[in-house]
Write a protein that binds this ligand. Structure first.
Ligand code: HEC
Ligand code: HEC
Ligand code: HEC
Ligand code: HEC
Length: 129
């Protein structure tokens, strides 16, 4: 009886641990499900380790907020929204469409800093291989 109880407790604890580890798993790629028929594998982006390595502390570098006049709102950030919440597939006015928004943001900084991938296959990596 005692043994069974111990075993059950042990199994339960292990299960909880596995679930909590899984929940804390960091983002490893950008969700491409908003694109109807993605032509490329989802882009690699290990959110936390990427930003640590690149020394990016200001969330608004990517999670930005603009006012009605199209000026960046200093000190505000939008990490509670997906890029697709504001950027539709098609561009509207001076607001780039979703694919362009990603490419300008990601590649733009990599080019400016001369660091980070700029070739298609470096971001859109085939994970099967
Ligand atoms: C280099 C760009 C970049 C920086 C800097 C950045 N993020 Fe993100 N973050 C992203 C992208 C891209 C996504 C995915 C958005 C999407 O799928 O539309 C994301 C998603 C998220 C999510 C969604 C949750 C998840 O894991 O799926 C949270 C929360 C978040 N970021 C918080 C932050 C915070 C807090 C900071 C500042 C400490 C920050 N981010 C800095 C690019 C960045
Ligand atoms: C709360 C709404 C909102 C969210 C969320 C948002 N954007 Fe934007 N973004 C805008 C608006 C509005 C503009 C247009 C500003 C203008 O009129 O010039 C813009 C402009 C841009 C531009 C062109 C100007 C620039 O800053 O280089 C890029 C690139 C861009 N967004 C990328 C992204 C990416 C990548 C994400 C997700 C990490 C994102 N945006 C999330 C509203 C948003
Ligand atoms: C504000 C600047 C900036 C933005 C925005 C940015 N990156 Fe980077 N990224 C860097 C820098 C700097 C490096 C090189 C870091 C190093 O020294 O290894 C890098 C490296 C990378 C790497 C190489 C592996 C790694 O994780 O270090 C990948 C993949 C990458 N970026 C993907 C992306 C994607 C996808 C986006 C857009 C969602 C993005 N980056 C947006 C600055 C940026
Ligand atoms: C710095 C990283 C990066 C580079 C380099 C890059 N992309 Fe992307 N691309 C992204 C991100 C992030 C998205 C948004 C969603 C996703 O695919 O994960 C995206 C989206 C796309 C999409 C729309 C979604 C789809 O799969 O249909 C296409 C098409 C695309 N990229 C093609 C290209 C081509 C072609 C090149 C080379 C000329 C390229 N990309 C280079 C990061 C990158």
């Amino acid at each position: 009886m005692k043994k069974t109880f111990f075993l059950l407790t042990f199994l339960f604890t292990t299960l909880c641990l596995l679930i909590s580890i899984h929940a804390q798993e960091d983002m490893v790629e950008i969700d491409n499900s908003v694109f109807e028929t993605p032509q490329r594998p989802a882009a690699i982006f290990k959110h936390d380790s990427h930003n640590e390595k690149a020394g990016l502390e200001d969330c608004a570098l990517c999670h930005h907020v603009y006012d009605e006049k199209g000026n960046l709102s200093e000190g505000q950030s939008s990490e509670d929204s997906k890029c697709a919440d504001c950027h539709a597939i098609k561009a509207s006015g001076s607001k780039p469409g979703l694919m362009k928004a990603f490419h300008l943001n990601c590649k733009g900084c990599h080019l400016a800093k001369k660091a980070g991938p700029i070739l298609c296959g470096e971001c859109h990596k085939n994970k099967d291989k």
